[in-house]
Design a protein around this ligand. Structure first.
Ligand code: PHE
Length: 343
């Protein structure tokens, strides 16, 4: 039986044939099982000896069967690994148009990349801050006290109060990152802060979540001239119009003094930038208020600076000739494909 089983195992070329041998030997009506069952008929004086011999045989057969299984499994695995070789140099299959895998840079990301490149060339570093802000960072430190009318303008989303009893907010602008930057970095500072901002407002040109980019420069003897030069250079580079007319208009923000809104020239009728008779407001800016500097532990007699903030969707829309802000957040692949960056 042992020789026959060993021969049958050697002849079994795959796991199916192997299993047939196993069943024919150790199975319920297998040959070894039959021998073990027959033990009862063996005369008592020989039974012990024969029982021991059969048990040895059983152990040997079980070991041989198991060894063959491992050998066959190994062989099958090797065969599979040989057959299923992966060609990692194969180019990916083109995906069906309109599927997410098609890939592309979202216009928001592209606009952020463009402006960080322009400001990067002027020596600005990118800084980020949290979307959930303390009341103090978003308002108080920026010289917007408790009952200041600017708070109402911001249509703030409030969160449930924290342990200090104050309600955190979804930041209504990127200006709180001015505070975080001045508190953690020693001047001179040249930072731009792209990021998400939130206001409870929704129509064709407002989304409850939108993006801003903040700019902050702190150094000794920084003047309004630096602010103007920096922003004119940026706007002309970003819109790609060498002589783009830029207008600085006196305005008010609690955290800058003086404050200026910045307009670029455009044609209201055609939407064309640069040579219209109309002005289009594009960003807010100003010299950092002495109180804000002091709130961040900077002596206003030593350090001055300017700050600005603009809506990323807004400048992207103007540059691309888009009229509706909502498609930025609707993930309609036809719109995305139309405005995506070339791969
Ligand atoms: N935070 C202002 C806003 O959201 C913009 C701004 C930033 C104005 C920095 C001045 C200086 O409207």
């Amino acid at each position: 039986l042992r020789r026959e089983t060993e021969a049958a195992l050697a002849a079994a070329a795959d796991l199916r044939a192997w299993d047939a041998v196993r069943v024919a030997t150790l199975g319920r009506s297998g040959r070894l099982t039959a021998l073990l069952k027959g033990l009862g008929q063996v005369p008592a004086e020989r039974r012990k000896e024969r029982g021991a011999a059969l048990n040895r045989l059983k152990a040997e057969l079980e070991a041989a069967i198991e060894a063959r299984r491992l050998a066959l499994e190994q062989a099958e695995l090797e065969a599979r690994l040989k057959a299923e070789r992966l060609d990692v140099t194969l180019p990916p299959r083109p995906t069906a148009p309109g599927t997410a895998a098609e890939g592309g840079i979202h216009p928001i990301s592209r606009t952020v990349e463009e402006l960080t490149a322009i400001f990067g060339a002027m020596g600005f570093a990118v800084v980020e801050g949290p979307d959930i802000e303390s009341d103090w960072h978003n308002f108080g430190a920026l010289n917007i006290p408790e009952h200041h009318p600017a708070r109402q303008d911001h249509d703030t989303f409030y969160l449930p109060p924290g342990p200090d009893g104050r309600r955190p907010v979804l930041r209504t602008h990127t200006s709180p990152v001015q505070i975080r930057t001045m508190l953690t970095q020693a001047p001179p500072i040249r930072a731009i802060v792209p990021g998400r901002t939130y206001r409870a407002d929704h129509d064709a040109t407002h989304s409850p979540m939108f993006h801003q980019v903040e700019g902050l420069v702190i150094d000794r003897a920084i003047t309004l001239g630096h602010l103007k030069g920096c922003l004119i250079d940026f706007l002309r580079a970003f819109f790609g119009i060498r002589d783009l007319p830029v207008r600085f208009r006196a305005s008010y923000f609690p955290f800058t003094e003086p404050s200026m809104e910045v307009d670029i020239s455009w044609n209201r009728r055609t939407g064309e930038l640069g040579k219209g008779e109309d002005w289009l407001e594009i960003l807010g800016s100003g010299m950092v208020h002495p109180k804000v500097l002091a709130n961040c532990g900077l002596d206003p007699r030593v350090w001055q600076g300017f700050a600005f903030g603009m809506g990323i969707e807004r400048i992207a829309m103007l540059k691309q000739g888009m009229t509706d802000l909502r498609p930025f957040f609707e993930s309609d692949v036809r719109w995305l494909r139309h405005y995506r960056a070339d791969p």
